[in-house]
Design a protein around this ligand. Structure first.
Ligand code: HEM
Length: 152
């Protein structure tokens, strides 16, 4: 569905912006030994909610759209895996982004469980940074050979 794809595409910017906010706040939080405040918790909550909405929309596209599971029914699996353009959406985009979202989610849980404010900030920083790097690596950016899409 075109509208779902559009929401999925726009939501990338929300996730990128919130990740940068969480990474910046948690880095300054632990390096300057700041208190872990309600606003720090709210930023990480908003990021996790956005990621989970992204995951749901992505799963729907993967199940019903032309660039998900269908790639395996229209091509032999060996061809999908050998062809960069097919493998990107059939395997890499979903797999790496799910792992990235898992890092962001685990980071929030670990940060909530941590006792000291220092440790809350540090856990959030490390996990969110890894999550963001993974997500950034598998976005179909404009200009990416064979898989690139629009900016919005
Ligand atoms: C934070 C994580 C993610 C980001 C930033 C992201 C970003 C994007 C972007 C920018 C597109 C291109 C949209 C367009 O053509 O305008 C796309 C397509 C797609 N994404 Fe994601 N995505 C993420 C996670 C996921 C996940 C977890 C799944 C599956 C579970 C998924 C499934 C798909 C599919 C199937 C398409 C292709 C849709 C089509 O062309 O029919 N995405 N994604």
């Amino acid at each position: 569905m075109a509208i779902l794809l559009h929401v999925h595409s726009i939501l990338r910017w929300v996730i990128l912006l919130l990740s940068i906010i969480v990474i910046f706040k948690s880095y300054t939080g632990y390096s300057q030994k700041k208190l872990f405040r309600a606003e720090d918790n709210k930023a990480s909550l908003l990021l996790m909610i956005s990621c989970h909405i992204m995951l749901l929309i992505g799963l729907m596209q993967y199940l019903i759209g032309p660039n998900g599971m269908q790639l395996f029914s229209t091509n032999p699996a060996s061809i999908v895996m050998k062809t960069k353009e097919l493998r990107f959406f059939a395997v890499e985009h979903i797999l790496v982004n799910i792992i990235g979202i898992a890092f962001i989610t685990i980071g929030r849980i670990a940060s909530k469980k941590a006792i000291s404010d220092y440790s809350k900030h540090k856990k959030l920083f490390i996990y969110t940074l890894i999550g963001l790097i993974l997500i950034l690596s598998r976005i179909p950016w404009p200009g990416m050979a064979g898989v690139g899409r629009g900016w919005f």
